[in-house]
Design a protein. Structure first.
Length: 375
């Protein structure tokens, strides 16, 4: 068949349409004009015309020749024919052609028996600030449904094996076909006799009653990496609950909770410490001991240190989880305490300092003078 209309016009796309645009247009028109779903007398011819256009425009080599010299240059590469063989197949074949390789199952495709997975579990683990920073190995204990040791998780009594379900033939699903305006529709449901597993246990294990799992107490050692923080989770694959009758086990998620440090504050890999100084210490300088991740250390404060000064100790913070060998910093934030009450001698000294520097200060109040007189 040689169409009189442009192939682009047949599919309703522009000449610069992408491959995705062409496929999308063909799919829409094919669903509308396929003879299995359209009883119109012209449906057969219309669908052949659509199919011919798609066969040429979906093939880069054919499309290039067609764009240059039209259908005359196609020769044996012409667009006649169908991707579904003689008679272009049923609507179900057309539908399957678009869903093949997309990760899903088209209606009517074989899926096989389902294997139910075990449940995921969560364990909340509390660690100290130091343990989170340095890393540690912890032993945890918990109860769960684990694989039955008697039947090795199959659910069948020792010496017996599950049999193939006769209701579904081992597929785990049953299908029913009904006629609709769109043609035959296949309805797929899980087999009720085997619960979608494709197997039936004729002789159940006496310990697990055919479930393949029993309640057990489990101990595990968990490695806590250095630098872990509040709210982080560690996934232990396959350490969750066992699945019924030998399916894949779930995962165990260990949620980490960090007990705060008494003096240090943490923000990611950065650590902060608030250092309180008196006016004299800030003005004259001092040596003081501060807490660090490694323990207490002496820190020198230079004379004339101002309030809100930040002293940054490089690479003294928390290790990076994803960059081994690197650490954040320790930030020492300086706070200068101004006394709210002064003795007579302290006030005298400060007034002398103010006079020396030419600063104007308020005179002592009435209550201060009364207090000085009584001293």
């Amino acid at each position: 068949m040689v169409t009189e209309r442009s192939y682009y016009e047949v599919l309703g796309v522009e000449r610069n349409a992408s491959d995705a645009d062409i496929k999308r247009a063909f799919r829409k028109l094919a669903q509308q004009w396929h003879p299995d779903v359209n009883a119109d007398a012209e449906a057969v011819g219309r669908f052949k015309e659509i199919n011919e256009a798609y066969q040429v425009l979906s093939d880069p080599k054919r499309r290039q020749i067609y764009d240059v010299v039209g259908t005359a240059g196609l020769g044996d590469l012409g667009g006649a024919g169908s991707p579904f063989g003689e008679g272009f197949g049923g609507f179900g074949d057309l539908f399957d052609a678009f869903f093949a390789g997309m990760g899903g199952n088209a209606p009517g495709s074989r899926r096989g028996a389902r294997r139910q997975a075990g449940a995921d579990l969560r364990y909340d683990l509390r660690v100290s600030f130091d343990e989170a920073v340095r890393g540690i190995e912890k032993e945890i204990e918990f109860d769960l449904l684990d694989k039955c040791g008697t039947c090795a998780g199959t659910g069948a009594a020792p010496g017996s094996i599950p049999s193939v379900c006769t209701a579904c033939g081992g597929r785990g699903e049953v299908r029913s076909v009904r006629q609709t305006l769109l043609g035959q529709m296949v309805n797929v449901t899980a087999c009720t006799r085997c619960n979608g597993e494709g197997r039936v246990i004729d002789s159940p294990c006496r310990d697990c009653k055919g479930d393949g799992r029993v309640q057990q107490h489990k101990k595990l050692r968990v490695s806590i990496p250095a630098g872990i923080d509040e709210g982080h989770q560690i996934r232990l694959s396959g350490e969750g609950e066992a699945a019924p009758r030998g399916g894949p086990a779930g995962n165990l998620y260990v949620a980490v909770h960090v007990i705060p440090h008494l003096a240090l504050r943490r923000d990611g890999t950065e650590v902060y410490y608030d250092l309180q100084l008196s006016i004299a210490q800030a003005a004259l300088g001092t040596r003081t001991r501060i807490p660090t991740i490694e323990g207490e250390e002496e820190l020198e404060i230079r004379p004339g240190t101002q309030p809100a000064t930040e002293i940054r100790l490089r690479s003294r913070g928390v290790p990076h989880l994803r960059r081994p060998g690197t650490r954040g910093d320790l930030h020492v934030l300086i706070h200068v305490n101004v006394p709210t009450k002064l003795s007579k001698r302290q006030r005298q000294l400060l007034e002398e300092l103010a006079a020396e520097t030419g600063e104007v200060v308020l005179p002592a109040g009435f209550l201060d003078r009364v207090k000085d007189a009584l001293d």
